[in-house]
Design a protein around this ligand. Structure first.
Ligand SMILES: NC(=O)c1ccc[n+]([C@@H]2O[C@H](COP(=O)([O-])OP(=O)(O)OC[C@H]3O[C@@H](n4cnc5c(N)ncnc54)[C@H](OP(=O)(O)O)[C@@H]3O)[C@@H](O)[C@H]2O)c1
Length: 295
């Protein structure tokens, strides 16, 4: 049994990482930022704001983890554009400090990054040169570099449009937002001109632990292999969840006048992780079927 510190344990991915760690029989220590810890007594909860470097260092030293997972980030793309200093503090500086503290106690480190480090000119492998188009992508890219510098053996997972069941908050994601609207009989505006390779949070959590078990290090792209437009994702959600007469409304990215520029096809190539783990990444449909079965 290992001691696993799940930082950002209340976020969507953080929840799946915590559950996966429990499933594998580890002792799970997780952090929450809000006043109240979630009611899961199988997890040892600690309140932490990762911007507080001395609190980060004190927590890591006191819990002495074997593995630290950093799922904490500011993920609001337009919010990062409006508040780049805060985004830099959390996504870059604090990520590097957490990696450094983990290295000091001999803990392995898994950091989470994003497809938004790319400009979306086409499918990206781990060797593709990053070129972020917005503050979120830039702070995540510099966060990757800060982590690698502080903890050279770390595992860095780049994900895309993370989806799954959020059991702790009403915050929606790439799939539950569509599903909520479809089930309410509402029209769902979806980009026809942005293509992504969505990541099921459960897959990312399994991959994180499998790579750690294999003593891997370096950058890995983790997502479903399907590079699909948001409209195509909506169609698949409607089919798997058997929504009759889905009201999908194709719109262009440009029509939304968003604050932050969006990459149009930041699709992730997952060959490296598939070859390393010797298994294929599950398709988007297979992940939706699993969500349906675990609702
Ligand atoms: N969401 C996506 O579509 C997407 C796509 C690609 C990559 N990623 C990456 O995947 C990772 C996980 O994202 P997610 O979808 O699980 O995001 P999420 O649901 O927004 O969770 C982010 C977590 O970070 C915590 N957090 C934010 N600021 C913090 C701070 N100063 N101190 C401590 N905790 C803080 C949040 O806590 P509060 O809720 O209390 O603020 C929340 O628990 C991130 O690294 C993200 O960049 C996400």
């Amino acid at each position: 049994m290992a001691r696993v510190l799940d930082v950002g344990g209340t976020g969507l991915l953080g929840q799946y990482l915590g559950q996966e760690a429990l499933r594998r029989g580890h002792h799970v220590i997780a952090t929450h930022r809000g006043r109240h810890a979630p009611e899961d007594e199988r997890i040892e909860w600690h309140r932490l704001d990762i911007r507080d470097a001395s609190a980060v260092s004190a927590l890591v030293r006191s819990v002495r983890p074997n593995l630290v997972l950093n799922a904490a980030a500011i993920t609001d793309v337009d919010g990062c554009e409006a508040n780049p200093d805060e985004a830099k503090h959390v996504n870059e500086t604090a990520a590097g400090q957490l990696a450094w503290s983990s290295k000091q106690v001999g803990a392995a480190f898994v950091h989470i990054s994003t497809d938004y480090v790319f400009d979306g000119a086409g499918p990206a492998t781990e060797d593709t040169e990053p070129h972020p188009l917005n503050a979120y992508g830039a702070t995540k890219l510099f966060g990757e570099r800060a982590v690698r510098q502080a903890h050279p053996d770390s595992i860095l997972l780049r994900l895309s449009s993370v989806f799954g069941w959020n059991r702790l908050s009403s915050k929606t994601n790439a799939v539950t937002w569509i599903l909520q609207k479809l089930e309410a009989g509402q029209e769902v505006p979806l980009f026809f001109d942005q293509k992504v390779t969505p990541t099921y949070a459960k897959t990312a959590a399994e991959v994180a632990f499998d790579l750690w078990d294999q003593h891997a290090s370096g950058v890995f792209h983790v997502s479903c292999p399907d590079c699909a437009s948001r409209v195509e994702l909506g169609r698949a959600v409607a089919e798997v969840f058997q929504i009759s007469n889905p009201r999908l409304h194709p719109i262009s990215v440009e029509s939304m006048a968003l604050r932050a520029k969006r990459p149009l096809a930041p699709c992730l190539v997952v060959r490296k992780v598939e070859e390393t783990l010797k298994r294929p990444m599950p398709t988007f449909r297979a992940c939706l079927e699993d969500m349906k079965a675990t609702r």
